[in-house]
Write a protein that binds this ligand. Structure first.
Ligand code: AMP
Length: 259
């Protein structure tokens, strides 16, 4: 088992709770013992598309021994199924995703409800890309209250627009294990191939310029209001997302562990 029990294994397969997240239903894995006295962290990552939430979730997962749960990964997994393997709701979701639009709340919420075991997990979670609208945040609040699960914090990653654009356009994703690279900030050792599993790196459809514009508008109109939503609940922590991924992760850990 890797240091992070939920991390992608070096062969690119998924470990522990990430399998539970991808499969839904009752599939779940017993979390490893946590290093005492560290509590289980239950964290939401907010921030504009391309700010680096996925990379941070991966790094923080190792530091906080917590599972990275990304709704975007569920839709990308649905995209790689053949047409017959997708329900009508998932087919519709994939179409929205290709154009950079938000998937309808009901589709997202039904996928999350099917995976409520991941939210109840004693190992905690790092939610990446969910919630993305006030309606989703309200539904999540009810779901967690019903399960008597309390959020630890909401991290809001902040970066000037020009830097966000350069991050999105340089982003490369492994087709196999989904690890994220960047041509300048986090290049792979061998151009075009993943360091972890050797899978081919590609640019996501929704990282193409037209889709990025739609995603940015969706963020401004639908997701940014969540900053105020969580500020009012005393959960918000603003984090400067400039610099290298490791620096941002250290900055985040310092804030969390001093809380
Ligand atoms: P991400 O990897 O988080 O950038 O998500 C990729 C795409 O999946 C988004 O651009 C949306 O089309 C869709 N998506 C992921 N999570 C959500 C969500 N919580 N609500 C609506 N759409 C989502």
């Amino acid at each position: 088992m890797t240091k992070n029990r939920f991390a992608k294994r070096t062969d690119g397969s998924l470990a522990g709770g990430q399998t539970g997240w991808f499969q839904g239903g009752a599939s779940c894995f017993t979390p490893l013992a946590r290093p005492t006295p560290q509590p289980a962290w239950r964290i939401i990552l907010l921030g504009p598309p391309g700010v680096g939430k996925g990379t941070q979730a991966e790094l923080l997962g190792e530091q906080l021994h917590t599972c990275h749960l990304a709704t975007g990964d569920l839709f990308r997994a649905a995209k790689s199924l053949d047409e017959a393997g997708r329900s009508p709701a998932l087919r519709n979701a994939v179409e929205h995703m290709k154009h950079g639009e938000l998937v309808p709340d009901e589709t997202v919420l039904s996928l999350v409800r099917e995976r409520v075991h991941c939210l109840k997990c004693s190992g905690g979670f790092l939610l990446d890309g969910f919630p993305r609208t006030v309606a989703q945040a309200e539904a999540l609040e009810k779901l967690l209250a019903a399960e008597q699960v309390h959020l630890s914090a909401v991290f809001n990653y902040d970066l000037p627009v020009e830097q966000i654009i350069s991050r999105v356009f340089g982003r490369l994703t492994c087709a196999q294990c989904k690890t994220v690279y960047h041509t300048a900030a986090r290049p792979p050792q061998v151009a075009g191939y993943c360091d972890k599993c050797g899978g081919k790196l590609f640019q996501r459809d929704d990282d193409q310029p037209a889709a990025v514009k739609v995603r940015m508008d969706a963020y401004l109109n639908s997701t940014r209001p969540l900053i105020e939503f969580y500020r009012q609940r005393g959960l918000l922590l603003n984090i400067d997302a400039s610099g290298a991924p490791d620096q941002i992760c250290r900055r985040t850990c310092k804030l969390v562990l001093n809380r």
